[in-house]
Write a protein that binds this ligand. Structure first.
Ligand code: G
Ligand code: G
Ligand code: NA
Length: 264
C-alpha cells in the first residue's frame, strides 16, 4: 500500500528518469538503438534501480501509471534523437504481468501516437519466463502487442543457472517459431562465460543459437558484454548486435545525447 502511494506520488512529482544504454552493431561499433532503463531519484533514499522497487509492485494501478510514463518518455526521446540518427530504435522493458494484461497494446499505441514515432522504431523486451505461460494465451497477447508495429524480443533468453550446474534455461529456439516474436536477447550469464574456463560450451551454445536465429529469421542480441574478447567471439559466432558496459553504460539523456550521431 505504502509503495503504491509512493510510486504514484513520485510519478506526479517527476522523480523517475530513464537511463539509456547503447545497443551496438559489432561490425562497425555504430549505435543502432538504446534500451531505456528506469531509475527513481527518490527524495530521501537516493537513486534507486528497478530491482529495489519493481519487484513488490507488479500490476498495481500505480505500476501501470509508471509504465505508461516509461513508454511515453522513451518514445518521445527516441523521436527526438531520430531527427539526428534516423534508424535509431528504442527498447522498453515490459514485465510479464504487463504482457499478459489486456490493454497493454493500447498503452503502446497511445505512446507511439503521442510521440509520432515510427512503430518499427520501438522494441519491446519481454521476459523469457513468459514461455511458461499457456501458449495460446501468450500467443494471443504477443500478437496483439505486435500488431502495434513494435518488435518483440524475448529478454534474458538462455540463462545459465549456476544452481543447476550451469544448465541453460529456456534455451530452445524451436518453440519460438510458433510465437509472434522477432528475436531473443542472450542473457549476460551465458555471454559472461564464453571467454571463461568453461567457455567452449557456452560459446558453442551461442553459436548454435545464432545459426538457428538466422535460419528462423530471429534476431539475436547479446547482453552483458564486458570484455573485448567477448566481442571477438560473438562476432565469430555470428552475433551482430550487442550491449554491455564495454559498449556503453546506461546514461542520462544529457550524457548520451551529444554522442549519438556524432560519428557522421
Ligand atoms: O539497470 P538495471 O538495474 O536497470 O535493471 C534491472 C532490471 O530492471 C532489468 O532486468 C530490467 O529489465 C528491469 N527494468 C529496467 N527498466 C524497466 C522498466 O521500465 N520496466 C520494467 N518492467 N522493467 C525494467
Ligand atoms: O536485460 P535487462 O533488461 O535484464 O538488463 C538491464 C540490466 O543490465 C540493468 O541492470 C543494467 O544496468 C545491466 N547491465 C547493462 N550492461 C551490463 C553489463 O555489461 N554487465 C552487467 N553485469 N550488467 C549490465
Ligand atoms: Na531488457
Amino acid at each position: 500500500r505504502q509503495l503504491e502511494h509512493d510510486l504514484l506520488r513520485a510519478v506526479h512529482d517527476d522523480e523517475f528518469e530513464l537511463a539509456y544504454q547503447p545497443i551496438v552493431r559489432l561490425a562497425d561499433g555504430a549505435v543502432v538503438g538504446v534500451e531505456a532503463l528506469l531509475r527513481w531519484r527518490h527524495r530521501t533514499r537516493g537513486l534507486l534501480e528497478p530491482g529495489a522497487f519493481l519487484a513488490g509492485a507488479e500490476r498495481s494501478p500505480a505500476v501501470e501509471e509508471l509504465w505508461r510514463w516509461v513508454l511515453r518518455t522513451a518514445c518521445a526521446q527516441a523521436a527526438a534523437w531520430r531527427e539526428r540518427v534516423p534508424d535509431l530504435s528504442v527498447t522498453v522493458n515490459l514485465s510479464a504481468a504487463h504482457v499478459m494484461a489486456r490493454g497493454a497494446s493500447d498503452d503502446v499505441r497511445a505512446a507511439l501516437a503521442a510521440a509520432a514515432l515510427d512503430p518499427a522504431a520501438l522494441v519491446l523486451d519481454v521476459p523469457a519466463d513468459l514461455l511458461g505461460e499457456d501458449p495460446d494465451l501468450l500467443t494471443a497477447r504477443l500478437r496483439t502487442l505486435r500488431a502495434t508495429g513494435a518488435r518483440i524480443l524475448l529478454d534474458d533468453f538462455a540463462t545459465l543457472d549456476p544452481a543447476r550446474g550451469g544448465v541453460l534455461v529456456n534455451h530452445s529456439l524451436a518453440p519460438l517459431r510458433q510465437l509472434p516474436v522477432d528475436g531473443v536477447k542472450l542473457d549476460r550469464t551465458l555471454v559472461g562465460e564464453i571467454d571463461g574456463p568453461e567457455g567452449v560450451d557456452a560459446l558453442a551454445a551461442v553459436r548454435v543459437l545464432c545459426e538457428l536465429g538466422a535460419a528462423l529469421d530471429l534476431g539475436v542480441v547479446a547482453e552483458g558484454v564486458e570484455r573485448t574478447e567477448q566481442v571477438v567471439l560473438l562476432t565469430e559466432a555470428g552475433c551482430a548486435v550487442a550491449q554491455g558496459v564495454l559498449l556503453g553504460v546506461p546514461r542520462s539523456v544529457a550524457e548520451l545525447g551529444p554522442e549519438l550521431g556524432a560519428g557522421e
